[in-house]
Design a protein. Sequence first.
Length: 117
Amino acid sequence: MKNSEEMTDFYKEVGTRIRQLRDQRKITQEELAAAMELTPMTIHSIEAGKTKTSAYNFIQIAGSLDVSVLDLLYDDFGETDEHLRECFLKAASLDNAKKRAISATIETLINTLEDME
């Protein structure tokens, strides 16, 4: 399991990627926040790495920016399985109840795998 400092760095890196992707698409924090039914301050906090957001929010952000969750979480996929990428893209287009179910499942799986390390 990653230590607190590693997780803080991870959230900052993810936040930077979110900001870069949002800027590339010429979407304001206010527009992204409205699409997600969040406040602009929450988007700012996510982008600054100050807010540890949920898998559900990552799916929402990815859908709003028209990218996969993997694009948000990882800078370079290298050998990342394209099937996994497609699964995340499909999940982004589902209704909110299904996204929440997927998010909960993913979070449980990740926690289980981290505990095995």
